[in-house]
Design a protein around this ligand. Sequence first.
Ligand SMILES: Nc1ncnc2c1ncn2[C@@H]1O[C@H](COP(=O)(O)OP(=O)(O)OP(=O)(O)O)[C@@H](O)[C@H]1O
Ligand SMILES: [Mg+2]
Length: 257
Amino acid sequence: MAEFENIEPGKERRQSGNRELEIEDVCTFYGEAQALKNVFLSVNTNEVVSILGSNGAGKTTLLRTITGLLTPGHGKIIFRGESIEGMAPNEIIRKGIVSVPEGRELFGPMSVLDNLLLGAYSLNRRERRNIMPSRLNMVFDIFPILKERRKQRTETLSGGQQQMVAVGRALMAKPKLLALDEPSLGLSPLLITEMMNLLKRICREWEVSILLVEQNARAALKIANYVYVLERGEIFLEGSSNEIMADSKIQSAYLGG
Ligand SMILES: Nc1ncnc2c1ncn2[C@@H]1O[C@H](COP(=O)(O)OP(=O)(O)OP(=O)(O)O)[C@@H](O)[C@H]1O
Ligand SMILES: [Mg+2]
């Protein structure tokens, strides 16, 4: 298996940088059912923060609450000093929170290039004209295979390549915070490692903060500066990757130890 380049697993400390995102006491409901219970969480600038949790824990609900697809029934979501709860999803994208949704949501019959260009749709015309060519080059630099396959129908790509298109499309929207919902799903161990390395590279080179929702704890713990574990809608544990990896409950529930 490929090594995680330049990363000492679990040795990275949380940076004491600026708060990028702050979630305070958030509760989210589906009708009467409460899916998030008093969630507190933060992401600092240029950090990878991971949310772990088993099926139905509320991970996707949390991302949908942050990106405006769901409105919290209670609590605050502050992005770069501004309250964003209740804002429309496209407004939140323009503020700089861009997500890679569960299941990717690509347009299969369209070409790779057209899917990528759709990501820049949230930018205004002038921004699009000014930054699109260089953004596209940056995406092709991170994912060279997408340049090769740019004219191919997206649905004919492998699962891993489609995941790259989904991440690339999000990067085209000029995110300050990239929120990913289980990007490792359906990928081989080798591709998972590659994807995690690329996310770390995006965080470092593009100065993008990353909120990474994963069931694959082992992969997420390798690149995360800080980790939250969600269970039944509640944060039940948080800490550095090191601390989380050392926890016996985590070892038995998530790391097969
Ligand atoms: N649209 C919905 N309507 C009602 N309940 C929902 C809806 N979506 C999710 N839920 C419920 O909310 C809880 C959290 O679901 P969520 O999809 O956020 O979990 P998850 O952690 O993303 O799980 P998975 O790992 O399976 O993707 C679950 O109990 C789920 O059944
Ligand atoms: Mg989910």
